[in-house]
Design a protein around this ligand. Structure first.
Ligand code: PLZ
Length: 445
């Protein structure tokens, strides 16, 4: 348990004077290209609370974008990190290896979907994991084309910008982008033109047709997909669609890469979101929740695919840093010991009825979706036209911040309010956070 009192406590304006001071200092030191959604400067965090430099205690519905799934400074993570950091901090696994890296790969191979023999490799960030999954897929298949979906988010490096769909803020003026990336429609039930009931079938047909006529199955190395889209707005594809895509990939010798960087590690109520659909990808990318906040990422997959690149073809100075690996072992142990998949499902059960009640009052809530502790509402001007309402989304988001609740937005149209609480948050804080959201609607609208 964390020593931080699990209670919201707002003592200044948000952000308060000390945070504003730090923010001014930052403007003179930090690139303006790096921005913060809620510039309170954090000093401590744990359970479901962030404490800022002014002594405000805010409820955390963001987990640092789905990272502190086990909670901030989770005891098992802290203990392992402290021990490791005192033993040694770095040798470079490519120079002189160590056990912690191997143990994290073993845990990944064991926990990820797929009964086949697996291998893993470790990296520093989600984007780096995606880059490496693509490298491995191209090497293993001898093919070049990579397929990504509308609304996809896979990172900010050059190759992953090419995979990411949204221009602002991710791609604008940062091109040219990597080649041999093709985009296909996402099965987005709420916005499917002929209605959600036709989404699964028509989206799959369009996908298969584009693949055949514009790309060529035999040119395609891999299809990469977030089983539930994250930055794109928590888009949950209709049941069966992902399985159809997976089967189609398999029959065409195309690898399926599941990007579970945001959905993975208990976030959606199972260890991995693919499991809900009984889909077994060939490769899976993980990061975020894997290491309780320390930077670590992985690519896990079929042994024959993962072993395809020549020795020395994969790597990096810091990939699988021993301190980050120790943190991952502590985080994974916490997830299993505390049955965090179940906790994520409990959290869903606490959120959804409250959001439904809110939606019955406010027609601007067009859709409620997500799984586990990855839930969102999509805001529109009205339920009929479904015109995105980014203005209201931003106002509600700000009103929550002012009241001491950390919320995040998402979505291609900036009109999705998303909730990603740490799984260590208590029910009282969830209730209070949802009260704040309710007040935000009452006062903003
Ligand atoms: N794949 C599915 O969600 C990171 C990005 C925030 P990195 N999402 C948060 C931002 O604005 O930069 C993400 C993801 C999925 C890949 C990534 C990339 O992970 O660790 O941020 O590189």
């Amino acid at each position: 348990m964390t020593s931080i009192p699990q209670a919201r406590h707002v003592v200044t304006e948000i952000p308060g004077p000390r945070s504003l001071e730090l923010h001014a200092r930052r403007a003179a030191a930090v690139s303006a290209g790096v921005s913060s959604g809620l510039p309170i400067y954090v000093e401590r965090a744990g359970g479901g609370i962030l404490v800022d430099a002014d002594g405000n205690a805010l409820i955390d519905f963001g987990s640092g974008i789905a990272v502190t799934t086990v909670g901030n400074a989770a005891p098992r993570v802290v203990a392992r990190v402290q021990e490791q950091v005192a033993d040694f901090t770095h040798t470079c696994f490519m120079v002189t290896p160590y056990e912690e890296y191997v143990a994290v790969c073993e845990a990944l191979n064991e926990r990820t979907p797929g009964a086949y023999e697996k291998r893993s490799a470790l990296f520093n960030s989600g984007a780096e994991a995606v880059e490496n999954a693509i490298k491995i897929a191209r090497h293993a298949t001898g093919r070049q084309a990579i397929i990504a979906f509308d609304h996809a988010y896979h990172g900010r490096t050059n190759l992953t910008m090419a995979l990411t769909a949204k221009n602002m803020p991710y791609k604008h003026r940062f091109g040219p982008f990597a080649g041999e990336i093709y985009r296909v429609p996402m099965a987005y039930p709420y916005r499917w033109p002929t209605g959600p009931e036709h989404c699964a079938e028509e989206a799959f047909e369009t996908f298969a047709s584009i693949m055949h006529t514009q790309v060529g199955e035999e040119n395609t190395a891999a299809v990469i997909i977030e089983p539930i889209q994250g930055e794109g707005g928590f888009v949950v594809p209709p049941p069966g669609w992902l399985a159809n895509v997976a089967n189609w990939c398999q029959s065409n010798g195309i690898l399926l890469i599941a990007d579970e960087i945001q959905t993975g590690f208990c976030r959606t109520g199972d260890w991995f979101a693919c499991e809900h659909e009984h889909v077994v990808p060939d490769l899976i990318t993980t990061a975020k929740g894997i290491a309780g906040g320390m930077p670590l990422a992985g690519v896990t997959g079929r042994a024959d695919v993962m072993d395809a690149p020549h020795a020395g073809g994969l790597g990096g100075t810091y990939g699988g840093n021993p301190v980050a690996c120790a943190a991952a072992l502590g985080a994974i142990e916490t997830m299993a010991a505390e049955n965090l998949p179940q906790r994520a499902r409990d959290i869903e059960a606490r959120f959804v009825p409250r959001l439904q009640a809110l939606a019955s009052k406010y027609p601007e809530i067009g859709d409620i979706r997500g799984r586990g502790a990855m839930i969102a509402i999509e805001l529109v001007t009205d339920g009929g036209t479904k015109t995105p309402n980014p203005g209201l989304t931003s106002e509600i988001n700000k009103a929550c911040h002012q009241a001491g609740l950390v919320t995040l937005t998402a979505g291609t149209y900036g009109n999705v309010l998303r909730f990603l609480p740490p799984l260590s948050i208590g029910d009282d804080l969830i209730r209070e956070g949802l009260d704040i959201l309710e007040d935000a609607f009452a006062t903003t609208r």
